[in-house]
Write a protein of this length. Structure first.
Lengths: 445, 255
C-alpha cells in the first residue's frame, strides 16, 4: 500500500478495531497463553517431584524405638570379674544379643502377652544395631555390670516399616524377614508404651549402615564429607576465580591470548562434570597421590568444576559496574588497583557472592565426578576434624543418595528420599542466602 | 606571552583510536589561572584532547597518543611518568556527575586519603569542609555529610564532583562538559564556581554551549574534525574569528 492510497483511505473510527490490530492482539493473546502453559507445566512438574520426594522421604525423619530395661549380668560379660576393658572386649555382640532378647521376653511377660514365637524371632524385633549399642555402653561404663539399665534400642527395619505403614500383616505373611506374629507383639508393645515412633536425629548424625540394618543408616559421614568439600571449594574457587576475573576484566589488555582464555573458560563451564571426575582421578589421585574417597580430592575436583561458574558471574558483575565509577576514581588519582579494590569490587560484591553461592550449590549437588574418585565407598568412620579430616575417607550427600538407591531393602528408598529432602533444604537455604546477600548489599548508583 | 604562566603546552599531538585519526597535529598552550574553553561540533575531538591532558585515554586499549604534551615543561607521556601522579596534579570532572556510591564525606575524603594529604581525622575534616565550601555546596550538605552522595540532585552531584576533584589540590582542573546534564540554575551555579576556581587553578572546560564558553573562559580553542582550527582570546574568537569555519560554527551554520 503506498502513502497516497493510505491518505485517501476512508476515515476510520477508534471504536472499531482494524483487521491488522485484531490479528496483532490475537497473536499477543496466543503468546501469553503459551507462556502460561509453559509455566504451568513447569510448576506442575516441580509439584509432582516435590510431593513424591516428600511423601517417600518423610518417613526417614521418624524412627521406631524400643525402650527396655536390660540386666547386664557380670558372669556373662566379664567372666574373670576384674572389670578389665581389654578382657571384656573378648565378648562380641553375639554375647550381648541374648541379653536384649531376654529383656524383651521379660517385658512381654510383664505386660502379660503370651506368644509361642521362638526366642530368636522375638529378638529380631530389635535392630541388629542394638547389640553393638549395648556393648559400647558396657565397655564405656564397666561399673554398670550386674545392674539393670534402661535403653532405647532401634526397632528392626521391618518393624519400623510396620509403624510407618509400609508393612502390614498381609505383606508380613509373605515376607521371610518378618511374621504377622511379630507384628502382634509390636502392637502389644505399643499399647504398653515400650515401643514408639520419634523424631530421628540419628538420620542426620549417624554414619551409614550396612544393607542389613537400614534403620541405623544416617547421613552423618556424608554430611561432614560434603561440608569439608564445600570448605575446600569455597577457599580455593572463590579467591582463584575472583582474582582471575579481576585480572581478565580490569587489567589484561585485549589480545589473542586473552580471547582464547575467555573462550575456554566458557567452554569449561559446559564440560560434563564426569569429565572433571576423570581428570581428578588422573591428576589428583594417580599423579599427585592423594588418597581416594577423601574430601580434599572431591573438593579439588569440584573447585575445577565451579571455577568457570564463579569466573563468568564475577566478570558479569564487574562489567555491570558503570565505567563512570572507574573514571571518577582514576580522575582523583587512584591507581588501577585502588580503583578496583576500593570502588569496583565493593559494587560487584553482591553479584560475586551470588555467583559463588550458586556455584557452591551446584557443587554440593554434584554426584558424577565424586563416583570416579572413590567417594561412593561405604564409609562408617567419621572423618577427623579439619585439616586432617580432609584426607580421611568420607562420603557426600548426593553420593549417599545414589548409594542408598542401589540397596535392596525397601527401607533404603525411604532413606534416599529423606537424604534428597535434606540436600534440597540445603540448596534452598544456600539460594536464599544468595538472594538475601543480593538484596542487602545491592547499591544503586 | 609569558612562558612562566604556561601550564600545559602541547605540540604536534596526534591521537588514534585504532585506525581512526581522532586528533590531528594539535598545538595549544594552556595558561595557569585561566579558564580555557574547548568548543566545536560533536565528535571533533575536544573531549579526546582533554583526556590526553591527564592521560585518561590510557584506559582505552586501542587509543594511541603521539606528540609532545608538557606540564610545567615536563613531558607527561615520558616513560618515567606514572599517570596516577599526573592525575593527582590534573584533576578531572566528567560530563555525567559520577559521585561514588558512598557518603558525601567519603566522596571528598577519598582523594586526600589515598594521597596521604591528611595526617589526622581533624585535618581530613578540614579538607572536606574546605573543598565543599570551594565547591559551593557546603551550605546544602553540611548537615548530612554521612548521607549518600548519590542521593543529591544532579546539580549538587556535579558540584560534589568538582569539590572532590579540588580536594586533592590539583594544579589544573579538566572539565568535560560539566553542565550538559544540568538545568539552567545548576549550570549558573557551576559557572559561578568555575569563575571562582580560576583564581587558584588553571581550568580547561569542554563545552557544547558557546554562550557558556563566552561567559566563563578567557581563552577559547575551536576544534573541527580533529583539527585545532583557531585558538585565542575568547573575545576575539567570538567577535572577530579569523577562520571561516569558526565563524560558521559560532553563527550556527555548522555543528
Amino acid at each position: 500500500m503506498s502513502d497516497a492510497t493510505r491518505h485517501s483511505a476512508p476515515r476510520t473510527s477508534l471504536y472499531t478495531l482494524s483487521p491488522l490490530t485484531k490479528r496483532r492482539n490475537a497473536t499477543e493473546r496466543r503468546f501469553k497463553a503459551y507462556g502460561l502453559i509453559a509455566i504451568s507445566i513447569g510448576v506442575l512438574a516441580l509439584l509432582v517431584l516435590l510431593t513424591s520426594i516428600f511423601n517417600n522421604g518423610r518417613g526417614a525423619f521418624m524412627q521406631t524405638y524400643v525402650t527396655l530395661d536390660v540386666l547386664l549380668p557380670a558372669e556373662k560379660l566379664d567372666k574373670n570379674g576384674n572389670r578389665d576393658i581389654e578382657e571384656m572386649k573378648a565378648v562380641s555382640t553375639f554375647g550381648y544379643a541374648p541379653l536384649i532378647t531376654n529383656a524383651l521376653i521379660s517385658r512381654l511377660d510383664e505386660i502379660g502377652f503370651a506368644t509361642d514365637l521362638k526366642k530368636k524371632e522375638i529378638g529380631a524385633i530389635v535392630s541388629k544395631e542394638a547389640a553393638a549399642q549395648l556393648r559400647n555402653f558396657v565397655l564405656a561404663n564397666p561399673d554398670s555390670l550386674d545392674t539393670t539399665v534402661m535403653f532405647e534400642f532401634l526397632a528392626g527395619g521391618r518393624i519400623d516399616g510396620y509403624m510407618k505403614g509400609r508393612v502390614d500383616h498381609e505383606s508380613a505373611a509373605l515376607d521371610n524377614k518378618v511374621s504377622p506374629e511379630q507384628l502382634d507383639i509390636v502392637d502389644a508393645l505399643v499399647a504398653a508404651g515400650s515401643l514408639e515412633k520419634r523424631f530421628n536425629w540419628a538420620f542426620l548424625t549417624a554414619p551409614d549402615a550396612s544393607g542389613q540394618r537400614p534403620e541405623a543408616a544416617g547421613l552423618g559421614v556424608a554430611f561432614l564429607g560434603s561440608l569439608y568439600m564445600m570448605i575446600v571449594v569455597l577457599f580455593l574457587a572463590l579467591p582463584i576465580g575472583v582474582a582471575a576475573s579481576i585480572y581478565l576484566e580490569e587489567f589484561s589488555k585485549q589480545s589473542r591470548l586473552t580471547d582464547i582464555i575467555e573462550v575456554n573458560i566458557s567452554n569449561l563451564a559446559a564440560v560434563p562434570s564426569i569429565v572433571f571426575g576423570i581428570l581428578g582421578l588422573a591428576i589428583f589421585i594417580n599423579f599427585a597421590g592423594l588418597p581416594q574417597s577423601a574430601p580434599i580430592v572431591g573438593g579439588l575436583v569440584l573447585t575445577l568444576m565451579t571455577l568457570p561458574t564463579i569466573i563468568i558471574s564475577t566478570r558479569a558483575s564487574l562489567k555491570s559496574v558503570p565505567p563512570s565509577i572507574r573514571d571518577a576514581a582514576l580522575g582523583v588519582g587512584a591507581s588501577k588497583m585502588q580503583t578496583v579494590f576500593h570502588h569496583v569490587l565493593p559494587l560487584a560484591a553482591p553479584g560475586i557472592l551470588t555467583g559463588t553461592i550458586i556455584g557452591l550449590a551446584q557443587a554440593l549437588g554434584e554426584t558424577a565426578p565424586l563416583l570416579l574418585i572413590g567417594m561412593v565407598a561405604f564409609v562408617r568412620e567419621y572423618p577427623a576434624g579439619p585439616p586432617e579430616g580432609f584426607f580421611d575417607p568420607a562420603s557426600a550427600l548426593p553420593v549417599q543418595v545414589y548409594n542408598w538407591t542401589q540397596r535392596a531393602d525397601p527401607a533404603f528408598v525411604e532413606r534416599a528420599s529423606g537424604a534428597i529432602i535434606v540436600l534440597l533444604i540445603f540448596l534452598i537455604l544456600m539460594n536464599a542466602v544468595a538472594v538475601m546477600l543480593r538484596r542487602r548489599f545491592e547499591r544503586r548508583w | 606571552m609569558d612562558t612562566d604562566e604556561i601550564k600545559f603546552s602541547a605540540r604536534g599531538v596526534q591521537v588514534y583510536y585504532g585506525d581512526t585519526h581522532a586528533i590531528k597535529d594539535v598545538d595549544v598552550d594552556i595558561k595557569s589561572k585561566t579558564v580555557t574553553a574547548f568548543i566545536g561540533p560533536s565528535g571533533c575531538g575536544k573531549s579526546t584532547f582533554l583526556r590526553c591532558l591527564n592521560r585518561m585515554n590510557d584506559t582505552i586499549d586501542i587509543c594511541r597518543v603521539e606528540g609532545d604534551i608538557r606540564l610545567d615543561g615536563e613531558d607527561i607521556y615520558n616513560r618515567k611518568v606514572d599517570p596516577v601522579q599526573l592525575r593527582a596534579k590534573v584533576g578531572m570532572v566528567f560530563q555525567k556527575p559520577n559521585p561514588f556510591p558512598k557518603s558525601i564525606y567519603d566522596n571528598i575524603a577519598y582523594g586526600p586519603r589515598i594521597h596521604g594529604l591528611a595526617a589526622s581525622k581533624a585535618e581530613l575534616d578540614d579538607i572536606v569542609e574546605k573543598s565543599l565550601r570551594r565547591g559551593a555546596i557546603w551550605d546544602e550538605v553540611k548537615d548530612r555529610l554521612q548521607a549518600p552522595g548519590t542521593g543529591l540532585s544532579g546539580g549538587q552531584q556535579q558540584r560534589l564532583c568538582i569539590a572532590r576533584a579540588i580536594a586533592t589540590e590539583p594544579e589544573v582542573l579538566l572539565m568535560d562538559e560539566p553542565c550538559s546534564a544540568l538545568d539552567p540554575i545548576a549550570t549558573a551555579q557551576v559557572e559561578e564556581l568555575i569563575d571562582e576556581l580560576r583564581t587558584q587553578y588553571s581550568v580547561v572546560i569542554v563545552t557544547h554551549s558557546m554562550q557558556q564558553a563566552a561567559r566563563v573562559s578567557q581563552k577559547t580553542a575551536f576544534f573541527h574534525l580533529g583539527n585545532l582550527v583557531e585558538f585565542g582570546e575568547t573575545g576575539h574568537i567570538f567577535t572577530n574569528p579569523v577562520d571561516h569555519r569558526t565563524e560558521s560554527y559560532i553563527t550556527g551554520r555548522i555543528g
